[in-house]
Design a protein around this ligand. Structure first.
Ligand code: ZN
Length: 501
């Protein structure tokens, strides 16, 4: 190995470890930290971020990177080291293209506008939030100009979450799905065979839910020797190495679904990180490649597995032994129907599999209009409500339940939403590929044999870490580029049956 490359790797390992240590501080903040520590913790986190950022963007990193690229010229383009330099080049350029003055302005405005958003949502006052959002859009546009793009300003921002993805491709993905999803949502609302979800509503003591969800995530393959589950207001997954990947969940004592599926979702994210190759540890190749691919892992375990008929047969006896009083009379078919109830709802995070992508689609359309200035921020609530009515057939009574519901725009996460839909689509495409290569996958799931599926994901997705671009990885794993076809087929088959369409 060249001297430059080995020095670069040492430096990157140190930067990775610092980032992981920051993540540990964040995990603690969202789980066990005493309330009074908020201010001092924000100082700790800011200090860690500053040191990490300075080290990463330093001239020395740039020099070592350029020299290593030179040393490796002509080598196999598929070699790990060559790929690692490409990933590093992407990240380094993104971090160093923005002038320091803009970076600190964004950081300042982000914390300010989040506070404004919290208040605006609480008091249902969009006008109070509008100037902050206006400024956030302008900062995003300035950022995009520095980062550069070929076709659409959206591309420069989307690239932060989904390397190489383009606005054009996302637009095509939604154009395929939109008429179909709107039609399916209407057909389900008019169905003569509605779903009753009362079997999963009742009395489900939290202590039992804790044990049960841990039992379920362990069964599907989440390694609790290299992770743990705790409680948090907003479930998330985080990791400090491949050997310490933690998940959180939240419990609702009257609604069983929330914790069971939030746990499976986060375990899906976690198993991806636990499956990152040991030799990539503390290099820029470790972990998940993009938000979209990450979300495909969580969605696959949550939906294709967790909300399937075969899983219902597997899990119901376990649920019954934890909650005999509430579930004694429930059979697997009633449980399966209950966990797949479709209802157009105002709130994205509560949406079912069918309507979820319509929530994302409208946010994507609105973001594009805001960034191209074809929509003014002051007109956003009206545009929001019109789309809700058109796509989901419901209109929010308040902006708090409408345009003010998501935190994303207030903290500068513009062009982030499409990664949720990419994840949904990809979950169905991966499931399709996996079920072709695993014999009797449904029967295996019914018997609680999840290892063949997890091994397939390890072999086709996890083991590559960040080595390939998301688009390359999808093609490698499924034999074709990302397509909405499998997701639509999946929804069609499943919901025509459930709702007798
Ligand atoms: Zn997720």
């Amino acid at each position: 190995m060249s001297d430059n490359l080995s020095q670069l790797k040492t430096r990157m390992a140190l930067i990775s470890r610092l980032g992981q240590t920051s993540a540990l501080l964040d995990w603690d903040q969202q789980t066990y930290m005493p309330k009074g520590a908020a201010e001092s913790r924000s100082e700790h986190s800011a200090a860690m971020r500053q040191v990490t950022h300075e080290m990463f963007t330093a001239q020395e990193t740039g020099n070592l990177l350029a020299n290593s690229e030179n040393d490796l010229k002509g080598q196999d383009p598929d070699a790990d080291d060559v790929r690692m330099l490409a990933v590093l080049r992407h990240d380094f350029d993104r971090e160093t293209k923005l002038p320091a003055e803009l970076v600190s302005e964004i950081a300042r405005h982000t914390s300010l506008s989040q506070e404004i958003w919290i208040k605006a949502r609480k008091t249902n006052d969009f006008a109070y939030f509008a100037p902050a959002l206006d400024k956030m859009i302008d900062l995003s546009l300035r950022q995009a100009e520095y980062l550069g793009y070929e076709d659409h300003v959206y591309d420069a921002l989307l690239d932060a979450y989904e390397i190489g993805a383009k606005q054009r491709d996302v637009a095509v993905m939604f154009a395929d799905m939109k008429p179909y999803l709107v039609e399916l949502t209407r057909a389900i609302a008019d169905s003569s065979n509605p779903v009753d979800d009362s079997p999963i509503r009742g009395n489900f003591p939290v202590d039992q839910q804790k044990q049960l969800t841990l039992q379920i995530v362990s069964a599907i393959g989440y390694d609790t020797d290299r992770g743990r589950q705790d409680e948090a207001a907003h479930p998330f997954c985080t990791n400090f190495s491949r050997d310490d990947v933690r998940i959180t969940t939240r419990y609702n004592p009257e609604f069983l679904n929330q914790a069971v599926y939030a746990s499976m979702h986060e375990a899906g994210h976690a198993m991806y990180e636990q499956g990152s190759p040991p030799e990539y540890e503390a290099t820029f190749l470790s972990g998940g490649v993009s938000l979209g691919v990450h979300e495909s892992q969580s969605r696959l375990w949550e939906n294709q597995v967790g909300r399937s008929r075969s899983f219902s047969k597997f899990v119901l006896p376990k649920l019954k032994s934890a909650f005999p009083a509430s579930l004694a009379e429930v059979d697997p078919e009633a449980y399966y129907r209950a966990v797949n109830k479709v209802t157009p709802s105002l709130i994205r995070v509560e949406a079912d599999e069918v309507t979820y992508n319509l929530h994302i689609l409208m946010r994507f359309e609105l973001e594009c209009d805001l960034l191209t200035k074809t929509l003014a921020v002051k007109d956003l609530p009206e545009a929001w409500n019109a789309k809700m009515t058109e796509y989901l057939g419901i209109r929010p009574e308040t902006d708090a339940d409408g345009v003010l519901q998501d935190i994303h725009w207030s903290c500068g996460l513009v062009a982030y939403f499409p990664t949720y839909s990419i994840g949904n689509l990809l979950s169905a495409q991966l499931w399709n590929a996996a079920s072709k290569s695993i014999l009797d996958i449904d029967e295996k799931i019914e018997r609680g044999e999840f290892a063949p599926l997890l091994n397939w994901l390890r072999e086709n997705v996890h083991k590559y870490g960040r080595k390939y671009l998301p688009g390359e990885l999808i093609k490698k794993a499924t034999g074709e580029p990302l397509s909405s076809k499998y997701y639509m087929e999946y929804l069609n088959k499943k919901y025509s049956d459930i709702y007798s369409l």
